[in-house]
Design a protein around this ligand. Sequence first.
Ligand code: FES
Ligand code: FES
Length: 151
Amino acid sequence: MITLLVNGAEHALEVPGDMPLLWVLRDRLGLPGTKFGCGIGQCGACTVLLDGTPARSCVLPVSAVAGRPVTTIEAWGDGSDVTTLHPVQQAWIEGSVAQCGYCQSAQILTAVALLAEDPDPDDAAIDRALGGVLCRCGTYPAIRRAVRRAA
Ligand code: FES
Ligand code: FES
């Protein structure tokens, strides 16, 4: 039995300790906002926040995160009520950042972590923080603008 703390809620789960956190989030907890891309820690699509820091959930055994706070995109609003949106989500909407959307939960979570550490990042800092989350739609210029707007 492993106890997970996801978006402030505790979940006691019977899962193998070596199951990737991504599988548990999507298939056991029904949180599909975290995406599967490469599965080998390279693309960043599966990024969640672990103790407030971006982490790649496809290569993270669930046993390593027991009892530690995990944040997924579902921690905040889904758009149906703008008052529940995180300011970074609001900036994303105002800047029409998303294209296909596949990488965007990872981009937003990484931006949240960046702004917690550096409340006024320049373009170089934004690129350093978010460049590792691959976006095949090329939304990086819009991401830079949205991060500055959120800041
Ligand atoms: Fe995890 Fe690509 S799916 S880094
Ligand atoms: Fe399509 Fe980033 S918005 S992959």
